[in-house]
Design a binder for this molecule. Structure first.
Ligand code: GDD
Ligand code: MN
Length: 361
C-alpha cells in the first residue's frame, strides 16, 4: 500500500469473450467512477481471441482510456484469463469484473475503499442485506444459493462468506502474489478464498443486473464443473482427507457397537433391548476419541466437555435425519433397505458437516 493519504493504483481486470458491444460503456463508466473518486487506474482486458474481435476494439478504445489488452490465442477459460490479468497488473489493488455490465462499475470505489480501510478482499455480494439479483426465477436463485451453501459447508475456510461465487471483487495484490491458483474452472473467487493469503474479507452489497448485450457463456455444464471445483478445493485443503478419516472412524464404530452388544448380551446376559443403548454410547465414545486424536487433531480448540457434548448432538441429529429420509422414501414405495442406505448417507453428511464446523470448528 502507498504512503498514508495517497490513493492506491487500481487495476481493473476484465476477462472477455465476444463483448465488443459492451466495451465502450464499460470503459466510460469504469473511468468515470475511478477518476471521479481520485484513483489512478488501468483496465486490463484479457480476451480469448474473440470472433467479434473484442481485443481489436479494446485496443482502439485504448487511445481514450488507460487500457492494456491481452489477446490470448492458445488459451481459453475464465479463471485462467483472470490469473493472467493478475500477472499483468501493476496496481496495488486488483479488481475483477465482468464486461457485460451486470457488475455496475460505480461500485468499484466502494470496494477499493473497503480495501483501504483494512480489508484484504472486498466482495461485491448479491447475498448480503441490500444486495440482490435482477430477473432470476426463484429456482435459479435457489440453485445458486444451494450451490453456495454446499461450498461453504464443504470448505470451512469460506464458511462466513455469503457470496463466494461472485465474479466481482477487489483484493490487495499480496493476497494472490506467489500463490498458485488453479486455472481450471470459473469460480476464481472461491479459489482465491481457499488458497489466498488474507485475513479480512468484507462484502459490499450490489445488484447483479441484466446483461447489456451479447450472451452468457457460462451455461448448463457449469454445475458439474462447480462440484468438481469444490471437490478439488476440498482435496487441496485437506478436507477430503478428513472426510475419509471420518468414514474410517465411523466404520470402526460399527465394530465397537456390534462387539459390545454381543459382549453385553451373551457374556453379561443383559436384555437385548437394553444392551443396545450402552453399546451405542461406547461406539460414540470410540468414534469421538479417534476423531479427536486423528481426524480433527489440529482443530481442538473448544474445551473437551463441549466437544463431547456437540459430538453427541451430532450423533442424535444423525439418527433423526436418517429417519426423516428413510420414512418418506419407504412411504413412497422404495425398498426399505435401499431407503435406509439413503438415510445413512444423509446422516453421515450431516454428522460430518456438523462436527467439522461446530465440534471442531
Ligand atoms: N477471456 C475469457 N475467456 N473471458 C470469458 C470466458 C473465457 O473463456 N468466459 C466468459 N468470459 C467473460 C465474459 O465475456 C464476461 O465478461 C465474463 O467473463 C462473465 O461471463 P458471463 O458469460 O457473462 O457469465 P455469467 O453472467 O453467466 O456469470 C457471472 O455471474 C456468476 C454469478 O452468478 C460471472 O461473473 C461468474 O463468475 C459468476 O459466478
Ligand atoms: Mn454475465
Amino acid at each position: 500500500m502507498p504512503a498514508e493519504g495517497a490513493k492506491p493504483k487500481v487495476s481493473v481486470i476484465v476477462p472477455t469473450y465476444n463483448e465488443r458491444e459492451n466495451l465502450e460503456e464499460l470503459f466510460r463508466r469504469v473511468s468515470e467512477a475511478l477518476s471521479g473518486a481520485g484513483y489512478g487506474f488501468e483496465i486490463i482486458v484479457v480476451d480469448d481471441d474473440s470472433p467479434d474481435r473484442t481485443w481489436e476494439y479494446a485496443m482502439e478504445l485504448g487511445k481514450e482510456y488507460p487500457v492494456k489488452v491481452i489477446r490470448r490465442r492458445n488459451e481459453k477459460g475464465l479463471s485462467s484469463a483472470v490469473i493472467r490479468g493478475f500477472n499483468e497488473a501493476s496496481g496495488e489493488v486488483l479488481v475483477v469484473m465482468d464486461a457485460d455490465l451486470q457488475h455496475p462499475p460505480e461500485k468499484i470505489p466502494e470496494l477499493v475503499e473497503a480495501i483501504e480501510k483494512g480489508a484484504d478482499v472486498a466482495i461485491a455480494s448479491r447475498y448480503v442485506p441490500g444486495g440482490e439479483v435482477k430477473n432470476w426465477y426463484w429456482y435459479r436463485k435457489l440453485i445458486s444459493k444451494g450451490a453456495i451453501m454446499l461450498g461453504r459447508l464443504a470448505l470451512p475456510k469460506i464458511r462466513n462468506v455469503k457470496d463466494p461465487m461472485s465474479g466481482f471483487f477487489a483484493l490487495r495484490r499480496e493476497v494472490v502474489e506467489g500463490v498458485e491458483l488453479n486455472p481450471i474452472g470459473f469460480k476464481i473467487l472461491m479459489e482465491i478464498l481457499v488458497k489466498g493469503r488474507y485475513k479480512k474479507v468484507v462484502e459490499v452489497p450490489f445488484t447483479f443486473g441484466l446483461r447489456r448485450a451479447g450472451e452468457s457463456k457460462l451455461g448448463g455444464k457449469t454445475m458439474v464443473a462447480y462440484l468438481k471445483h469444490v471437490y478439488r478445493l476440498m482435496h487441496w485443503s485437506g478436507e477430503l482427507d478428513r472426510l475419509i478419516k471420518f468414514s474410517i472412524v465411523g466404520t470402526s464404530g460399527v465394530f465397537v457397537n456390534e462387539g459390545f452388544l454381543w459382549l453385553f448380551v451373551s457374556w453379561l446376559g443383559m436384555s437385548k433391548y437394553i444392551a443396545n443403548i450402552p453399546a451405542t454410547e461406547l461406539a460414540i465414545l470410540n468414534n469421538f476419541t479417534w476423531n479427536d486424536l486423528w481426524t480433527f487433531r489440529d482443530l481442538r480448540t473448544a474445551p473437551l466437555w463441549r466437544r463431547l457434548l456437540t459430538f453427541h448432538i451430532a450423533a442424535l441429529m444423525g439418527v433423526v435425519v436418517q429417519w426423516l429420509v428413510y420414512a418418506p422414501l419407504v412411504y413412497l414405495g422404495m425398498n426399505y433397505l435401499l431407503a435406509n442406505l439413503f438415510g445413512i448417507g444423509a446422516s453421515f453428511t450431516v454428522r460430518f458437516m456438523f462436527n467439522r464446523n461446530v465440534t471442531w470448528g
